[in-house]
Ligand binder design. Sequence first.
Ligand code: SF4
Length: 84
Amino acid sequence: MKKFEIQHDRPNCIGCAACAAVAPDFWEMNEDGKSDIKQAKDREDGWQIREIEEKDFAANKEAADACPVNVIHLVDKETKEKII
Ligand code: SF4
């Protein structure tokens, strides 16, 4: 069961590439200059979503911590708590 959800406020990404540098298994840079969550679902509002297992939390927390404009969020699916 996937415990967490990564949420990427892609419209507000400034394309600094920090997320792709610290968590390349989950993040990559797109030709348009912004980052993408690999294997993400694209929402109509431009955000990207991906569910992850507990073992993948640390890498994505590191990406979220590295994001200078705080557009990477992690949500606990059970409690709906927004961790970052
Ligand atoms: S660290 Fe944040 S601003 Fe930089 S590319 Fe990743 S999501 Fe975009």
